[in-house]
Design a protein around this ligand. Structure first.
Ligand code: ACO
Length: 323
């Protein structure tokens, strides 16, 4: 049997940091409100002209170095993003050109905050089927480009960043299972309802490009969906919740993360938390947290990791893997 293993990880955050106090200078909020409701203290913001593919190039290069693979080794590039540089070509194609990985397949996946887990699941399937041996999977966003900075209920939540992994075919288990779900009927609770086909809004700032969210509804659905996908993952692998070494969750809100940890009966020192420094970087958040955990030496080879995410769509998913 063929399995896919994470051979290397990498990540990148834009230089500019925006603290809660910085935000409070132009929107009616406070460090106390943001930190107590979300756990967020600061976030990184892409510079003017700095795009999702710019962030992706850095994260991908670091992951490829860590995995010891060159651009010519890549059979496939998948980018999870909801903030592509341009409408087309895909961010994956732009990234491919900059890496010099000419000829391999390349495409984007849009599953909002679950984008990296969707992309990882697809990469895993390509390797397990024997169609690819080396796959670059990226989660990257410039989400602050979709933020209405005058809207305090959303402006305080999001940040920019990218993470990447290189998956390689291996005879030993790496990714054990992935689980993907969606519920498009709840789309209005978290969305950005303009686009090429539906049309843009000339009467609104930024042509209507802005995140709209019913925060407390999203919170409730997120906790429920994550509970259920975590149970599903354990059951599918015949595992007990105490078998997991590390939880690497999507970083939207510390209270959502704590709820999932409680469900798993895990103490928070076995949960990777970056939301305080990164905010919600959507598709970027899980691979950013994973890379930070690997590079800090917390996550070790052979350990069992549970990755999960929930986002607009709604979409949600998980991956269980032996690192
Ligand atoms: N600063 C100060 N006060 C604020 C702010 C702010 N930034 N934002 C809202 N408030 C006020 C509200 O106006 C409200 O005041 P009122 O009671 O006078 O009306 C009060 O604070 C409470 O507002 P709520 O929205 O009820 O606050 P809540 O405790 O639900 O926290 C939050 C809001 C942080 C957004 C939370 O609901 C949440 O994290 N939701 C989930 C977000 C998420 O997980 N998204 C998923 C992924 S995102 C993606 O896919 C792109």
């Amino acid at each position: 049997r063929i399995y896919s293993r994470i051979a290397g990880t990498g990540s990148y955050l834009p230089e500019k940091v925006l603290t809660n106090d910085d935000l409070a200078k132009f929107v009616d909020t406070s460090d106390e409100w943001i930190a107590s409701r979300t756990g967020i203290r600061e976030r990184h913001v892409a510079a003017e002209g700095e795009t999702t593919s710019d962030l992706s190039v850095h994260a991908a290069t670091r992951a490829m170095e860590a995995a010891g693979v060159s651009a010519a080794d890549l059979d496939l590039i998948i980018v999870g993003t909801t903030t592509p540089d341009i409408i087309f070509p895909s961010t994956a194609c732009l990234l491919q050109a900059r890496l010099g990985a000419n000829g391999c397949g390349a495409f984007d996946v849009n599953a909002a905050c679950s984008g990296f887990l969707y992309a990882l699941s697809i990469g895993d399937k390509f390797i397990r089927s024997g169609d690819a041996k080396t796959v670059l999977v990226v989660g990257a966003e410039t989400l602050t480009r979709m933020v209405d900075w005058s809207e305090r209920t959303t402006a305080v939540l999001f940040g920019d960043g990218a993470g990447a992994v290189v998956l390689k075919a291996d005879s030993e288990t790496g990714i054990l299972s992935t689980h993907l779900h969606a519920d498009g009927a709840k789309k209005e609770l978290l969305w950005n309802p303009v686009g090429v086909s539906a049309g843009f809004r000339d009467d609104q700032p930024n042509a209507g490009v802005r995140i709209q969210m019913a925060g407390s509804d999203v919170f409730k659905y997120a906790v429920k969906a994550l509970d259920s996908v975590v149970e599903e993952t354990l059951e599918a692998n015949g595992l007990d919740r105490h078998d997991i070494d590390w939880l690497i969750p999507h970083q939207a809100n510390l209270r959502i993360i704590e709820a999932t940890a409680k469900r798993l009966d895990m103490s928070m020192d076995r949960v990777i938390v970056t939301v305080d420094k990164h905010g919600n970087t959507s598709s970027g958040s899980v691979p950013l947290a994973l890379d930070e955990a690997v590079r800090s030496g917390r996550v070790q080879r052979g350990q069992l990791l549970l990755l999960e995410a929930f986002g607009g769509g709604f979409t949600w998913g998980s991956a269980l893997l032996r690192y």
